[in-house]
Design a protein around this ligand. Structure first.
Ligand SMILES: Nc1ncnc2c1ncn2[C@@H]1O[C@H](COP(=O)(O)OP(=O)(O)O)[C@@H](O)[C@H]1O
Ligand SMILES: O=C(O)C1=C[C@@H](OP(=O)(O)O)[C@@H](O)[C@H](O)C1
Length: 269
């Protein structure tokens, strides 16, 4: 049998999770949760809490995957690995899989095929990953822009990480803006990067709002742009948010229910 792009890209040990049944993978948006405003959940102490909350979230998710969306630098890849470890799920980073499959870097794909070329590969990779259960998937920041991608994201619970442009710009600057092709003309001035982040956030806000769960990153009191939470604390807080959302809505029913009109907003798809 021909290998899928995902199978070709990841180690066999990562692929012990059986593909989800066809009937669950196909219907677009059929498992959407209604749109919800951001919920503030108190800061979490990571000490000893991760295991307990992970057990409850795992039960509540009942095998559904968790898709992380959000702007560049919100930490989807970093915290995604922790979430997967806590839940005993497989971890995928769509950007990483794209680079493994194409044997090219993301900046090179943008340079050679433009953003449209990159988005085509991104959709193909997302479609394959979404066919598996029990995965935490860190997506690229622009995945929300394409309508077709939501069909795949809706195979699981979609969680959006948000942060201030100042915090995200500080992180992007630390990493080096040149690693992110959409910032290639902005330079490495942190204020210019923050302005660009803000502009992109405005454009994408209606699409990020479609996520089932919204989690806002913490900043240190009175120190904009300074981290206010460790990754372990964020990991626990995210799991609490997911658990709360699932409990509120009795996801066992909701994840399989028909969406209501207005559940999903896509612009520029
Ligand atoms: N909670 C955190 N505290 C400190 N640094 C973080 C945190 N989360 C992410 N980072 C850092 O921010 C940068 C962007 O994180 P990354 O996971 O690559 O984001 P994304 O995948 O959303 O683009 C990385 O350098 C990462 O180490
Ligand atoms: O926001 C975007 O459009 C993009 C975000 C990047 O991923 P991260 O969000 O993981 O940095 C990567 O997919 C590409 O550079 C485009």
């Amino acid at each position: 049998m021909a290998m899928s792009v995902v199978q070709a890209a990841v180690a066999p040990a990562r692929l012990t999770v059986p593909p989800r049944a066809r009937t669950r993978a196909l219907p677009a948006r059929t498992r959407a949760l209604p749109a919800r405003r951001a919920r503030v959940v108190p800061r979490a102490s990571a000490d000893g809490a991760a295991e307990e909350v992970a057990k409850e979230v795992k039960e509540a998710l009942d095998g559904s995957s968790l898709f992380l969306v959000g702007m560049m630098g919100t930490g989807k890849s970093s915290v995604g690995k922790k979430l997967a470890a806590s839940l005993g799920y497989s971890f995928f980073d769509t950007d990483e899989v794209i680079e493994q499959v194409t044997k090219t870097t993301i900046p090179e794909i943008f340079a050679e095929s433009g953003e449209d070329g990159f988005r085509e590969i991104e959709t193909q990779v997302l479609a394959e990953i979404a066919a598996y259960k029990k995965c935490v998937v860190a997506t690229g920041g622009g995945v929300v822009k394409k309508k077709a991608n939501w069909m795949h994201l809706r195979n699981g619970v979609v969680l959006c990480l948000t942060g201030t442009p100042t915090l995200l710009a500080a992180r992007i600057t630390r990493d080096g803006a040149e690693t992110r092709p959409l910032f290639k003309d902005v330079g490495d001035d942190v204020d210019a990067i923050a302005a660009k982040v803000e502009e992109m956030m405005k454009e994408r806000a209606p699409m990020y709002a479609n996520a089932d769960v919204q989690v806002r990153l913490a900043e240190a009191d009175g120190a904009p742009g300074v981290e206010g939470e460790t990754l372990d604390e964020l990991n626990v807080r995210i799991m609490r948010c997911v658990r709360k959302r699932i409990e509120d809505d009795d996801t066992k029913d909701r994840l399989r229910s028909e969406p209501k009109p207005g559940d999903i907003t896509i612009t520029g798809a």
